[in-house]
Design a protein around this ligand. Structure first.
Ligand SMILES: *[C@@H]1O[C@H](CO)[C@@H](O)[C@H](O)[C@H]1NC(C)=O
Ligand SMILES: *[C@@H]1O[C@H](CO)[C@@H](O)[C@H](O)[C@H]1NC(C)=O
Ligand SMILES: *[C@@H]1O[C@H](CO)[C@@H](O)[C@H](O)[C@H]1NC(C)=O
Ligand SMILES: *[C@@H]1O[C@H](CO)[C@@H](O)[C@H](O)[C@H]1NC(C)=O
Ligand SMILES: *[C@@H]1O[C@H](CO)[C@@H](O)[C@H](O)[C@H]1NC(C)=O
Ligand SMILES: *[C@@H]1O[C@H](CO)[C@@H](O)[C@H](O)[C@H]1NC(C)=O
Ligand SMILES: *[C@@H]1O[C@H](CO)[C@@H](O)[C@H](O)[C@H]1NC(C)=O
Ligand SMILES: [Ca+2]
Length: 533
């Protein structure tokens, strides 16, 4: 829609768009949308809460301590027999004239009110969609013989929700210039959704903050399944009991921690570590805190890339120092459900027979066109879009290397076109952070999607600026054209805002790394972003 079209739309609807949080207002705003149905409108007072209770399986708790806002639910029919819902939080007097959309996790279906709530504190009008189904994050059974719902999950629900949200927001607030900037922030499947949206619809956002994206859908699911299958059954001599990973991780820390230049119980440079796997070998017959040669082959597989037929790179292994036992309690449905319900549509499909051929077949089908593997991001760059991407360097759910691989593929696609990635796409590894959030010792908090801190509503308490808060960094890059050369991650004592800061450390623009210089390692001044060569 051009500026003049937006302005005309505003003139036409100005009479009804006086920001009244009522059913009448939104019924009128949706009057000409045959596919849209208003689910509810609720005015939430200052410090109020909002949610959908247990019915919203992935987000069964309410967003609390909200600014005064209008909560709206809309349903959109996406085909003859499918539909999706999205929710809006529209701040009252605190609206910052900006829009921010957020995403989901795993195969989960549900409106992400908690993240919408956090981001509404900045003043954004926020949106999240349930992607067309209700389920928890590790449940993919809803996809069985439901191609339309899979398309909604893949990309259609996000895009349709973004487009209609922008229209609703523009008319609801009736501000002459409309929405000033549009943003996206989310992690995991939310990261995939953000990348997929800018690949298919570069105009949707001015900036996106994406973490640990589950971007390579068939390969991620296939690798997750393969990892479980390789480690099972338990009777197999190469099986590693998940409990043994604490020993394994401790040995990785022992060897790799000092190799990054500072003994701090953090493996800051897993890719730079020379690791002696054989140090874990049992010397006698007692194997409770050591590995047999057969188990060592399993370990090699988990911590190295999966390469298959014709030396093809299939998927990265996890980084050294990551506790791969996390997924090893059983064979994860994050892998098997994909093959059974998205690819083969067959509850009888025997996933224990899974091979690389099945993954190649899954690639061909690419259910719901969900995989975010279009590496030419130049249309997004050309419209001025900015990407701030981050990934925990100790992610056991979505291996860190999948983000490194994506970055390199984009680099290989765009550098020959004369494009410098630093101009629009900056990538930060967060040492010791697991999936999207959390580290026992390392600074990890940057106020991103799916990150929460006890006692804080949003941002980095005491450090609400573009250096410490990835959302503010994104806004500064987009709106003031000042790119972040680094971010500073924070570790609060016991991850509680009220207990104060334990340590802070810079995160560097990939491939640079934070190197310890001198002084107190818990303050960012003691570190420098350095090129490795
Ligand atoms: C805000 O609401 C919470 C409950 O969600 C309550 O504990 C707190 O006292 C309230 N704060 C104010 C300032 O009203
Ligand atoms: C959550 O929010 C809903 C809708 O505002 C409300 O009906 C419900 O009572 C809230 N639940 C809790 C536990 O606060
Ligand atoms: C929708 O209809 C198509 C065509 O009849 C069918 O294949 C599909 O299972 C139906 N349901 C969904 C959710 O796609
Ligand atoms: C399973 O259904 C999807 C649509 O949901 C379709 O694309 C795919 O080809 C089907 N798989 C097989 C093996 O028929
Ligand atoms: C094996 O080693 C563990 C830890 O060192 C010890 O607790 C256990 O008693 C040993 N078991 C046997 C059978 O020696
Ligand atoms: C899937 O997305 C690609 C772009 O990544 C597009 O070219 C293609 O037409 C889409 N296919 C379907 C079936 O929607
Ligand atoms: C942090 O948590 C630990 C373990 O629960 C506890 O022992 C410690 O007292 C807590 N620290 C503070 C400052 O509350
Ligand atoms: Ca270290």
């Amino acid at each position: 829609m051009s500026r003049s079209q937006v302005a005309l739309g505003l003139l036409a609807s100005a009479a009804l768009a006086n920001a009244q949080c009522t059913t009448e207002t939104f019924t009128a705003l949706l009057a000409d949308k045959a596919e849209a149905t208003l689910n509810f409108v609720e005015a939430v007072p200052q410090n109020g809460s909002f949610g959908q209770g247990q019915g919203n399986i992935p987000f069964p708790f309410n967003a609390t301590r909200l600014p005064a806002l209008c909560a709206v639910g809309v349903n959109i029919k996406s085909s003859e027999n499918s539909s999706y819902n999205f929710g809006l939080f529209l701040p009252d007097s605190t609206w910052n004239e900006r829009f921010l959309a957020t995403g989901n996790g795993g195969y989960g279906g549900g409106i992400n009110w908690p993240d919408m709530g956090a981001f509404s504190h900045y003043g954004f009008a926020t949106m999240s969609t349930d992607t067309g189904h209700i389920s928890n994050a590790v449940d993919g059974t809803w996809a069985l013989n439901a191609p339309e719902t899979v398309i909604d999950w893949g990309h259609r629900a996000m895009h349709g929700s973004v487009v209609l949200s922008k229209e609703i927001i523009t008319n609801y607030y009736a501000i002459a210039d409309g929405i000033k900037y549009s943003y996206y922030a989310s992690c995991s499947t939310g990261g995939r959704q953000g990348l997929r949206e800018i690949q298919l619809h570069p105009e949707s956002f001015d900036g996106i903050s994406v973490g640990a994206p589950a971007w390579w859908t068939p390969h991620l699911a296939g690798a997750t399944l393969w990892q479980g299958l390789y480690n099972y059954p338990e009777s197999d001599p190469k099986h590693i009991n998940p409990a043994l990973f604490s020993t394994i991780t401790a040995e990785m820390k022992r060897q790799c921690d000092p190799q990054d230049g500072l003994v701090d119980n953090i493996v800051s440079d897993p890719y730079g570590c020379n690791f002696d796997f054989e140090a874990l070998l049992c010397t006698g017959s007692n194997s409770t805190t050591c590995l047999t040669p057969a188990q060592l082959t399993t370990l090699y597989k988990f911590y190295n890339n999966w390469i298959d037929t014709n030396q093809e790179f299939v998927f990265p292994g996890v980084t050294l120092g990551t506790d791969a036992g996390f997924l090893m309690g059983s064979i994860s449905t994050l892998g098997s459900d994909f093959l059974q319900y998205f690819v083969y549509n067959d509850t009888e499909y025997d996933f224990t027979k899974f091979t690389y051929k099945d993954l190649q077949f899954a690639d061909e089908i690419n259910p719901g066109n969900a995989s975010a593997h279009d590496f030419d991001l130049s249309p997004f760059m050309k419209r001025g879009g900015k990407i701030l991407k981050y990934h925990g360097a100790a992610d056991s759910l979505i291996p860190t290397g999948s983000s490194v691989y994506f970055y390199k593929k984009v680099l290989q696609t765009l550098r020959p076109k004369g494009i410098d990635l630093d101009d629009f796409y900056r990538f930060f590894l967060i040492p010791d952070m697991g999936h999207c959030s959390g580290s026992v010792t390392g600074p990890w908090y940057i106020a991103a999607g799916s990150q929460s801190l006890t006692g804080a509503t949003h941002s980095v308490p005491g450090y609400e600026d573009a250096e410490h808060d990835v959302i503010l960094a994104m806004m500064k890059w987009v709106e003031a054209d000042e790119a972040p050369d680094r971010l500073i991650a924070t570790k609060f004592v016991n991850d509680s805002a009220t207990l104060g800061v334990q340590s802070q450390r810079p995160l560097c623009v990939y491939p640079k790394q934070a190197k310890y210089i001198s002084g107190d390692p818990n303050v960012p001044e003691s570190w420098e972003c350095k090129s490795l060569y």
